[in-house]
Write a protein that binds this ligand. Structure first.
Ligand code: SF4
Length: 630
């Protein structure tokens, strides 16, 4: 098999209007500064539309779907099967980036491409087949209307292939439709609707033409062994391997970060019935993960009807469990499967349905949906996917619905994206992170909840040091996610290396809470920059890596401000700012204002929440300032 050393810098661009394609070069100069994956995809989007970012219609012909493999993808690096999707979101109207562990990324890399840029709109349904030297446009009339599983079956996929498919939700333009690859998803922000708007049912890459070889094999192997050792030693990696992300249920009940009754309450003991531990026992779970992965948080299990189903993630479990007053895991498994087949984001669908339940209870909108009533849920999921009856309206998401009917304080969304299953009243840093995250109410942007609750390094109910750590982790994760390695590796990579692992817990807590600027200097995440360096053959220090993360985050923020985001959007749903009295013993609402003020200062944003010219210039970001009045 022919070998590729490191990266190819080849971007395959496909226009589905003209049914044409060409291979373009990715500028070498952007490689070290934007790393790859998500970072490079944002830069490509920006360079294409820099003077008219606001004017791009997310469901219009021009809006491209960009898919980028990371430098790590296809090399066999630990937990690095992932790839990124980048586009302007029809749900939020700003940039959306999403990471997926399906086989598409590896296939793209081993077909000889680092990225794929799809633009245009076909007159009739089609699917694309990509090989290392050709792109074939197939008629998709016969498969239009199939669900994601049926579509995958008729595509005749082999082990060498990687695919992207949409279900009926994407075809019908549900604003939070997703894209499936293998059994994983580009979940958030409605990328499936963008693909559907192009009449594009599927993309298949016939991969494994090339073998991807690191530029420095000796260094690569050395760092890979170190990375595997850290993961093998790490307690949290082990818990996710044993119980999946629903391991987060039990700590959440105690800490009070779980969503109950549309986030009205933040704890409920009955949630134990849906914990990762309970599901492992009930369904006899086994691994069903992204490949390759040494953490393996994904699981499948045998349900009472004898079928083997994917076990829902923590997010799905929270939003379709206590958040709608349901404690039956069999039902969540069934709805999860339905949403996966229709191609719906389980978080946004859940958040929209729970808003409708509360709106119905308050009498501001007519509906049969009620908390605790589960017999009409399968039907409403199907109706959303096909935009039928009440589903046609729910397909617009909770922000649009609350603008139409009222009930904004309990529309649990930020910038149009429904919130993941962590109540920020149980972790104030998480509240700040949600409020300012580039893609909306995203839990993964900085995920300070891990430090506030899971590791217990920070007091969850203070504003102290939160802006510092949110800023740091935004930069860190923007870089890590641009490598397309899994974010869950970060626990092992940050906690296991010397010197952090020898620090007693009390010392770590003290340093992180009161002396964050000193504590941060002890972090050693050399595994990440050294793996990148070993593959590309380009020197990258830990400092360069973090600087790239800061640059990527800032560029995305800048693009979003050009698309209309400002300080008014950096907030939390009213419920979290005013309703302190939940059923948790600690009765406090999130004190967002002081954290936000310090955060803006750290980021170099002006009073409107826009990155200042000086800050952008210092990161080497050359901006267009489209419609901006200084
Ligand atoms: S830890 Fe989970 S999400 Fe991450 S790569 Fe492994 S299976 Fe995928």
């Amino acid at each position: 098999m022919t070998e590729i050393t490191g990266i190819t810098n080849k971007l395959l661009t496909v226009n589905v209007s003209q049914k044409s394609w060409e291979v373009k070069r990715i500028a070498e100069s952007n490689r070290k500064t934007y790393l790859g994956g998500k970072g490079l995809g944002l830069k490509i989007y920006y360079d294409t539309f820099r003077d008219r970012l606001a004017g791009i219609d997310p469901l219009g012909e021009e809006n491209p779907l960009i898919f980028m493999a990371g430098v790590f993808t296809g090399t066999g690096a630990v937990c690095s099967a992932r790839f990124a999707g980048i586009t302007k979101s029809p749900q939020t109207g700003i940039m959306i980036t999403s990471s997926c562990g399906g086989p598409f990324g590896g296939a793209l890399r081993t077909a000889g491409y680092d990225g794929l840029f799809i633009s245009g709109k076909s007159e009739s349904p089609l699917y694309i087949e990509i090989t290392s030297d050709n792109v074939i446009f197939h008629d998709a009339e016969k498969i239009w209307g199939l669900d994601t599983e049926e579509t995958q079956k008729v595509l005749g996929l082999s082990r060498k292939d990687g695919e992207l498919v949409i279900g009926p939700a994407g075809e019908n333009g549900v604003l939070y439709a997703n894209i499936k690859s293998g059994h994983r998803f580009l979940g958030r922000g409605g990328m499936g609707a963008v693909m559907g708007s192009k009449n594009l049912k599927a993309v298949v890459v016939r991969g494994r033409t090339y073998k991807v070889r690191p530029a420095n094999k000796k260094l690569f192997n050395k760092v890979r062994n170190r990375a595997s050792r850290f993961i093998a030693k790490n307690e949290f990696s082990d818990k996710y391997r044993s119980f999946g992300t629903a391991f987060n249920v039990l700590p959440g009940i105690k800490a009070g970060y779980v969503p109950v009754t549309n986030f009205k309450y933040r704890t409920d003991d009955r949630f134990k019935l849906l914990s990762g531990e309970a599901m492992a026992e009930k369904y006899g779970t086994t691994s069903s993960s992204c490949i390759p992965c040494s953490i393996q948080c994904g699981h499948k299990g045998t349900f009472p009807d004898g079928t083997v189903k994917q076990i829902p993630e923590y997010e799905t479990t929270g939003l379709w469990g206590p958040n709608i007053d349901n404690y039956d895991p069999d039902k969540i498994g069934e709805w999860n499967l339905l949403m996966n087949r229709f191609g719906l984001d389980t978080i946004s669908t859940g958040g929209t349905v729970s808003w409708a339940m509360e709106a119905g209870e308050q009498g501001i909108r007519k509906t049969e949906l009620r908390f605790g009533k589960t017999d009409n849920i399968s039907k409403i999921i199907e109706d959303i996917a096909y935009r039928r009856g009440e589903g046609a309206e729910l397909a617009l998401g909770s922000r649009n619905l609350s603008s139409r009917y009222g009930g904004k304080d309990f529309a649990i969304q930020i910038k149009g994206l429904e919130m993941a299953a962590y109540d920020p009243r149980g972790a104030w840093g998480q509240g700040l992170s949600y409020a300012v995250a580039n893609r909306g109410a995203c839990h993964l942007s900085a995920f300070p909840l891990a430090m506030e609750v899971l590791f217990g390094f920070l007091n969850p109910y203070t504003t102290k040091a939160k802006a510092f750590w949110v800023d740091f982790f935004e930069n860190f994760y923007a870089a890590l996610n641009s490598l397309q390695t899994c974010q869950f590796t970060s626990f092992a990579y940050l906690l296991e290396p010397f010197p952090v692992h020898i620090f007693p817990d009390f010392l770590l807590k003290l340093a992180m809470q009161y002396f964050p600027a000193i504590a941060v200097r002890f972090l050693n995440f050399g595994v990440l920059n050294q793996t990148w360096e070993s593959i590309t053959g380009i020197k990258l220090s830990q400092k360069d890596f973090l600087r790239a993360g800061r640059r990527i985050h800032l560029l995305e923020r800048y693009m979003n401000t050009e698309m209309g985001i400002s300080r008014k959007d950096d907030t939390l749903p009213g419920r979290f700012l005013t309703e302190a009295d939940t059923n948790h013993p600690v009765k406090k609402a999130v004190n967002l204002k002081p954290m936000l003020k310090t955060y803006y200062k750290r980021k170099g944003y002006d009073e409107h929440g826009r990155p200042g010219k000086k800050e952008l210039a210092s990161q080497g970001i050359d901006v267009a300032y489209c419609d901006r009045k200084e």
